[in-house]
Design a protein around this ligand. Structure first.
Ligand SMILES: Nc1ncnc2c1ncn2[C@@H]1O[C@H](COP(=O)(O)OP(=O)(O)OP(=O)(O)O)[C@@H](O)[C@H]1O
Length: 344
C-alpha cells in the first residue's frame, strides 16, 4: 500500500438479495432493501432502497421496481451499480475528511460466485472510486461477525439463510473445506406462503403481504410454546375476483414452509456427511452457527437442532453478521489476509 493509503476510507459492503448493508467508520451507515425503482420511459432511477421498496407492488405502467441481485449474485448489472452508487453517494455526506477521495472496500460474495461475477463486482467497485477491493465469502464473514475464531485448526459449521440463498459452510483454518449454496431461503418461503394461500384458501396475495405473514406468524415447527395469534390478511378472491379478507394460523404457515425447510435440512445433512471425521468431532461439540435474516423464522433453530441432533446457536443480529465480519477483516487485514477470496 502506498503512503497516502491512510486517506482511503474503509467500507464493508454486504450486497444481499434482500438487503444491502454498508459500514462506515465502524458503524452500519447504510441498511436498505436491495431495490431500485426505474422509469421505464427514460431508464432513469427514481428511487433506491427503502424509497423504492415502498413503491413495490403499487407501481404504474411507467415505473418498474427490481431487485438487482438474485440468489446472491448481480442479475441486473446496470441497476445494481446505480443502486450502489446512490448508497455510496449517501455515505459521502457523512464524510469528515476533506482529502479522502477513495475507498478500501471489502465486499462479501456467495460461495457459488463465478470468476466472471467476481470480476464484475470488482470492476463495479473500481468505478465507484474503490482503490483496493477485497472479496470475502459470505459464510466466512458471517462466522467472523458472529465471534467465531475461524483461523484456528478446528471445524465450525455456519448456515446463513438469506433472502436468495442459504449458504452452508464448514470452515477450518480460515477457509471453507466443505459446503454448498442452495437457492432456498427467505424469498422461496414467501413464494411457498403465496402458493399455499392460493391453493388452500383461494386467495391471491402479493409478495409484500406474504413477507408480512412470514414475519408475523411464520414458523418452522407446529408446536410453538408461544404461538402468535391468527393473522387477518387481504388479497383478491380467486373465485369471485373481489377483494377479500381471511384469517390465517401459524400452523398453516408451518405446513406451507415444511418442504423448503426439509430441503435446507437435506443440504445440511449432505454437507455433514462429506467432512473428515476430525472435523465431525469438532462440530459434534461446537454445533451449528445459524445466521442471516431467514434464521429468525420462529422455531427454525429448534427444528434444525432436532433434525441434525446438534446444538444450534442463533446469532443475536442475524441481518448484520456478514457486514460486521467483513469489517473486522478489513480493519485487521494483516491477520485475515488468508480468508480473502483473492489477495490484492
Ligand atoms: N423475523 C423474520 N422471520 C423470518 N424471516 C425473516 C425475518 N426477518 C427477516 N427475514 C428474512 O430474511 C431475509 C433477508 O435476510 P438477509 O438480509 O440476511 O439476506 P440477504 O443477505 O439480503 O440475501 P442473500 O444472502 O441471499 O443475498 C428476507 O427473506 C427476510 O424476509
Amino acid at each position: 500500500m502506498g503512503f497516502f493509503d491512510f486517506l482511503n476510507e474503509k467500507i464493508a459492503i454486504d450486497l444481499g438479495t434482500s438487503n444491502t448493508l454498508i459500514t462506515y467508520k465502524g458503524k452500519i451507515a447504510i441498511n436498505h432493501p436491495s431495490i431500485v425503482a426505474i422509469n421505464r420511459l427514460t431508464g432513469k432511477i427514481i428511487g433506491v432502497g427503502k424509497e423504492a421498496g415502498m413503491m413495490k407492488g403499487k407501481i404504474n405502467k411507467n415505473i418498474q421496481t427490481l431487485h438487482p441481485f438474485k440468489n446472491g449474485v448481480i442479475s441486473n448489472f446496470d441497476a445494481g451499480e446505480k443502486m450502489l452508487k446512490a448508497f455510496i453517494k449517501q455515505l459521502s455526506t457523512l464524510k469528515s475528511s476533506f482529502f479522502t477521495s477513495s475507498y478500501n472496500m471489502i465486499i462479501s460474495i456467495p460461495c457459488g460466485s463465478t470468476e466472471v461475477e467476481m470480476r464484475a463486482v470488482k470492476e463495479s467497485a473500481k468505478r465507484l472510486n474503490a482503490k483496493n477491493v477485497f472479496l470475502i465469502h459470505e459464510p466466512i464473514a458471517a462466522a467472523i461477525g458472529g465471534g467465531i475464531n475461524v483461523l484456528e485448526p478446528k471445524g465450525n459449521m455456519v448456515v446463513d439463510i438469506g433472502g436468495g440463498t442459504t449458504e452452508i459452510a464448514v470452515i477450518s483454518i480460515g477457509s471453507i473445506i466443505s459446503g454448498q449454496s442452495v437457492k432456498i431461503a427467505g424469498n422461496v418461503f414467501n413464494e411457498d406462503i403465496m402458493q399455499y394461500v392460493r391453493e388452500h384458501r383461494n386467495l391471491h396475495i402479493g409478495e409484500s403481504m406474504a413477507e408480512k405473514v412470514k414475519l408475523q406468524i411464520g414458523s418452522a415447527v407446529s408446536d410453538l410454546k408461544k404461538p402468535p395469534p391468527d393473522m387477518k390478511i387481504e388479497g383478491r378472491d380467486l373465485l369471485t375476483g373481489k377483494p377479500k379478507q381471511i384469517s390465517l394460523s401459524y400452523k398453516e404457515i408451518e405446513r406451507s414452509l415444511d418442504k423448503s425447510i426439509s430441503q435446507i435440512e437435506n443440504a445440511i445433512m449432505e454437507t455433514l456427511s462429506e467432512i473428515p471425521p476430525e472435523i465431525s468431532a469438532d462440530i459434534y461439540n461446537s454445533g451449528i452457527y445459524l445466521t442471516g435474516g431467514g434464521s429468525m423464522l420462529r422455531g427454525l433453530d429448534q427444528r434444525l437442532s432436532w433434525s441434525t441432533e446438534l446444538p444450534v446457536h442463533l446469532g443475536d443480529q442475524p441481518l448484520k453478521t456478514v457486514v460486521k465480519g467483513s469489517e473486522i477483516v478489513l480493519k485487521n487485514l494483516d491477520r485475515y489476509t488468508g480468508v480473502l477470496v483473492r489477495k490484492k
